[in-house]
Design a protein around this ligand. Structure first.
Ligand code: CP
Ligand code: NVA
Length: 308
């Protein structure tokens, strides 16, 4: 099994992953679930959290990690992605890859029998969102995954890989998800369609795409934002972005509309003063560093799950 997007999972899978993540958070060391397993970590783009957390997760579960910068291997340049996958499956037991184009993950998956894990693509960031679910569960004190039902989670800013993955997670867990973006910066249409299908399947939750940040902020339980220009956005013009995006900044006036005990999440790295003010970032509502730490525990859960 691979994890390219969250729609590979069902509610019961996320429940299991949270159980594992919570266990690993309580019991960090002394595991051997990856004994004699070699995991390749490929990075086509920079990373702090994902790189460190996967490296530590593999090693703390008793496995061996190989971190491979894409410039040091032939991936898609001197050798096709197809052949790279066919070679790598002879050496390693799984590939965790951060890629510029989501298609690269699909190609790796299609041409190998080992699990492929999306460590961020232009379209999705499933491992991040699993850490976010853990953070919400902890801070809200939920005992079970069923308690996510009806939670209002609002995302502000660019309809990027994080937004795409959040709408899928929200649909699976029955949350009421609001995505507030400027016009033409909505999440990817395929992810929206998938989210709506999942909402229909479970008969719970909702997805609202809006250009009205205040509507999204009103009575929100969770407020989430991310950078206005992502790693894959090589053609976005900063000056244009600075004109269009400010109404979607998470700041104190937006926070006043949210619930008193609302929490603020950001996958990081953050551009303070752009998508979020320093004041909110540093406020008691902000759980961004717990969220970052939870990458480690969530990554361990993913790795254990994939090898079961
Ligand atoms: N949130 C996240 O994926 O961070 P990195 O880019 O540092 O891995
Ligand atoms: N949307 C951001 C997420 C970084 C973790 C990016 O893709 O750059």
């Amino acid at each position: 099994m691979s994890l390219l997007t969250l729609w590979d999972l069902e509610r019961k899978d996320i429940s299991k992953l949270m159980e594992y993540a919570e266990y690993f958070k309580q019991n960090r060391y002394g595991h051997d679930v990856l004994k004699n397993k070699n995991i390749a970590l490929i990075f086509e783009s920079p990373s702090t959290r994902t790189r460190i957390s996967f490296d530590l997760a593999v090693n703390e579960l008793g496995g061996h990690s190989l971190t491979l910068n894409h410039n040091e291997i032939h991936l898609g340049k001197k050798e096709s992605i197809e052949d790279t996958a066919r070679v790598m499956e002879r050496f390693v037991d799984a590939i965790v890859a951060r890629v510029k184009k989501h298609d690269t993950l699909e190609e790796l998956d299609k041409n190998s029998k080992i699990p492929i894990v999306n460590a961020l693509s232009d379209l999705a960031h499933p491992c991040q969102i699993l850490a976010d679910i853990l953070t919400i569960k902890e801070t809200k004190g939920f005992k079970s995954i069923d308690e996510f039902k009806g939670l209002k989670l609002s995302y502000f800013g660019d309809g990027n890989n994080i937004a795409n993955s959040l709408i899928i997670a929200g649909a699976i867990l029955g949350m009421d998800v609001f995505i507030a973006t400027p016009r033409s910066y909505e999440p990817n249409g395929i992810f929206v369609k998938k989210a709506l299908e999942i909402i229909e399947k479970y008969g719970e939750g909702s997805l609202t795409l809006t250009n009205d940040a205040k509507l999204a902020a009103k009575d929100a339980d969770v407020l989430y934002t991310d950078v206005w220009i992502s790693m894959s956005d090589v053609n976005k013009d900063l000056e244009t972005i600075k004109k269009i995006f400010p109404p979607y900044q998470i700041n104190s006036s937006l926070m006043e509309l949210a619930k008193e005990d609302s929490i603020v999440l950001h996958c990081l790295p953050a551009n303070k003063g752009m998508e979020i003010t320093s004041e909110v970032f540093e406020s008691k509502n902000s759980y961004v560093f717990d969220e970052a730490e939870n990458r480690l525990h969530a990554q361990k859960a993913v790795l254990k799950y994939l090898f079961e």
